[in-house]
Each structure stands twice: as C-alpha cells, then as structure tokens.
Ligand binder design. Structure first.
Ligand code: NIG
Ligand code: FE
Length: 424
C-alpha cells in the first residue's frame, strides 16, 4: 500500500473535470466528471489515487506523515486557474474608478494621461523588491480565493529595461510563491510617452530589440498585444506577434474589447493560444476562433468595472463550438479583483453560463489558455494535486453564493496553502 502525503476523504461531490488534457468546446463544456462519496490522495505533489472512497482506500493508506482532510461531505474541485492578469503593478488607481463612476470613459481617462501610462510611470520608479512584495501580496489573496495557477503579464514598463524588470519580478514570484505563475510579455500594452509621435518606431523597437532580448533571457512563455482602436492596429499587432513566434513565444491578444477591430480574426489567423475580452468581436471572428481552437478568455469583471453593460457573447461562442475560459484580468485600471469566485458568479449572472460551464471555464479551459493543461486544470492520476475544498455541498452553489469566500481549504502541489478555520 502506498502511504500518501495528503489524503482527502468524505468528499460529497468530487468534481474531477476528467477527460482529455485539452480545452472543452461547445456542449462538452457541461461535463464535470463528478464522483460521489469520493476521495483523493497525493504523493510528492501529484495525484496518486482518486475515485470512490472505498477504491482509494484500497490502494492508499495514511501514515504518521500523512496530512488528512475530512471534507465533511462537501465539494472538491480542481484548483482554479486565472489565465489573464496584470497582477504586478506599483499603485492602485481608485481615482480613475471614481472618475468613471461620475461618467468619464476609460478611453478619455487614458487620453488625459491616466490609464496604463500612469501605471507605467509608477512601475518605472518602483524598486524590484517593492514590486515583488506587492505582487506576492496580490498572489496571496488570489490563493485564498482558490486560484492555484496564474498567468501574469508585464506591460507596465514599456521600455526594454522596465519590461525586463517586470519580467524578473514575475520570474521571482514563480520561483518563490506557492502558486504556479505563467509569464507573458506585454510590451505592446500601450505606446510609451517617448514614442507617442512615432508609433511604428515603437513597433520596431519591440520586434527588433525587446522581443529578442526577452527571448534570450527566457523570461516569457507568451507574447500578448492590446489590439484595439487607438492602441495597436491589426497590422502592428500581427508584426509583434509574428516576431515573438519566431522567438518561441506563443500568441495571446487583448482583442475586440472596446470596438469590433478584427482581433478575433487575427487570433485565428495566427493560431493564437487565446484571444481575450471579445465583447465586440464579430460573428465571423468568433467562429474562426472556434474552428481554429483558439480559447476565448472572457473577463466580465472588467466590463462591469468599466461601467459598461454589454458583455462578451458566451452563449454564441459555446453554440459555435468554441472553448471559453474565465479570468479576473486583475489590474489596477479596469478590474481590481483577485477573486475568480466573483468572476464565476458574474459569468453565470450576466453571460448566462451554467454552473457546469463556469467550472470548466475556470479549470481545464483556463489551464489550456496558458498552456498548462497537461499538468493542472483537472483531477487525474499524475497531474499536480491542486484543489479547492469548498464550503458548499452542491457545486452549483459556487457561482450562486456570491460576494463571499467559499474556499475552505486550498491545496497546491499536495500541500494545504490556505485554510479558513471553519472549513476543513
Ligand atoms: O485588460 N486592456 C488593456 N489592459 C488591461 C487594462 C490595464 C490597465 O488599465 O491598467 C485590461 O483591461
Ligand atoms: Fe488585460
């Protein structure tokens, strides 16, 4: 008998999301692979057994070194994956939030020197150590809410030096924080002040100098672009993403957030791993993404925080056979939250995604949106033992009971990293 490091028993609903390590599309987004009266065991950070409690206890035993969790008949799911965040930043921007509440638009505030460029000024001034400790505090909060893998973008540096500084902070978080961190280079987040009058000049700085340097330093797995009216055109976005692909970075896009701009179409053309936002994406663009296997990362918290009422068309994407993932977009400008739980609730309430679809979108599909589907995003033997023990006895309560933290215990690589006392 195998002696486990971690053994979780008496699980009322063990939501495995089992199946292929690939994004779930269309109707398959409703399949959760639930085991009732389940148990799960880990050794060396990986799952060694899961299934009905009697099956698991036939192969695994608890010894003096085993951490045992009694789920008390409640729900266990895979750890949540947050596939789109700007979690490393220097200062919050509640002043801009207040302006938006009074009616100013995000674009207006950006034009007036606020927005991303204000975050750039503060990041350039802040030390690497200070950025690291702020980033770590943000990741701690994400973890308390059930996130066990997170993508973090650069993009508040916008010069070679400051972007490398951000990426080094992200690499340090990846090394030192319990969460798994996936790094994305977002040098094409905005045009820095020094290139406002020479936009193509910044694009060639990105393609000729910054992307090769980031690749040499091995600091990013993905390259992302803010492809939008007033920011990077489709042609400029294509140039940046192709240069990054040549240097081994797969593509992601901020696409069609504020206008129908051709970002979804470009994502399909370039076989991007994901295109994100998509509020204004065209029917053709969304269908091309579904056909090309590009994951649609939807960020309903951003829409609400920007004071808008028009959301990405989740039902259209699912009916077109596409795959949806959900993310916080955690950033000081347009979505100041660390909680995937509130995003899951919003996805149900405002985009009419079912509780099953929401869970798939926050686990295996989110993992697929950051290239991590083989190690996380579902519960199966051999995968990392990342899971959440929820304070509910029916998984449908996860998007239903909103605005509170329902994660009783969070397990990362077989170790309990967050507990809320009255949970397990
Ligand atoms: O995803 N759209 C661009 N980037 C972020 C906003 C970043 C900021 O305002 O600081 C987003 O919403
Ligand atoms: Fe973003």
């Amino acid at each position: 008998m195998l002696e486990a490091d971690l053994l979780v028993t008496d699980i009322g609903q063990l939501v495995t999301v089992r199946g292929a390590d690939a994004p779930r599309t269309g109707g398959a987004m409703s399949e959760l692979g639930i085991v009732e009266s389940g148990a799960i065991a880990a050794l060396g950070g990986r799952i060694v057994a899961l299934g009905s409690e009697s099956e698991v206890l036939d192969t695994v035993s608890a010894g003096p070194g085993t951490a045992e969790l009694d789920a008390g008949g409640r729900v266990v799911t895979p750890g949540l994956v947050d596939p789109h965040t700007h979690a490393v930043f220097a200062r919050t921007r509640e002043n801009e939030f207040a302006m938006r509440v009074e009616g100013r638009s995000y674009e207006d505030i950006a034009e007036a020197g606020g927005g991303i460029r204000s975050s750039v000024r503060s990041v350039r001034q802040m030390s690497e150590d200070e950025l690291f400790s702020r980033g770590a505090a943000t990741l701690d909060r994400m973890m308390e809410f059930g996130t066990t893998t997170v993508e973090v973008k650069s993009g508040y540096g916008l010069s070679l030096e400051a972007e490398l500084k951000m990426l080094r902070v992200i690499a340090r978080l990846s090394e030192l924080h319990a969460l798994d961190v996936v790094p994305t280079f977002l040098g094409a987040h905005e045009f820095p002040d020094e290139y406002r009058e020479d936009r193509d000049g910044y694009v060639s700085e990105l393609t000729r100098r910054m992307i090769p340097a980031v690749a040499r330093a091995k600091l990013a797995r993905f390259c992302d672009v803010f492809c939008e009216r007033g920011v990077f055109s489709v042609e400029q976005s294509r140039a940046v993403l192709l240069a990054a692909q040549e240097h081994g970075m797969a593509s992601k896009l901020h696409a069609d957030e504020l206008s129908a701009f051709g970002g979804a179409e470009l994502a399909a053309e370039l076989s991007a791993v994901s295109a994100d936002h998509l509020i204004c994406a065209s029917d053709e663009g969304l269908k091309a993404m579904a056909d090309g296997g590009v994951v649609a990362v939807l960020l309903p918290g951003t829409t609400l925080s920007l004071g808008k009422r028009e959301f990405a068309r989740a039902r259209f994407i699912i009916e077109a056979g596409g795959a949806i993932a959900l993310a916080t977009d955690c950033n000081p400008g347009s979505s100041m939250t660390e909680s995937m739980q509130i995003i899951m609730a919003l996805a149900s309430m405002v985009m009419r995604m079912t509780p099953e679809e929401v869970l798939v979108a926050a686990t295996i599909n989110a993992a697929s949106a950051v290239g991590m589907e083989r190690s996380v995003g579902s519960l199966a033997v051999g995968k990392l033992c990342d899971l959440v023990l929820w304070e509910v006895d029916d998984y449908r309560a996860i998007p239903y009971h909103y605005g509170v933290n329902l994660a009783a215990s969070v397990v990362k690589r077989g170790t309990v990293v967050s507990t809320r006392g009255h949970g397990a």
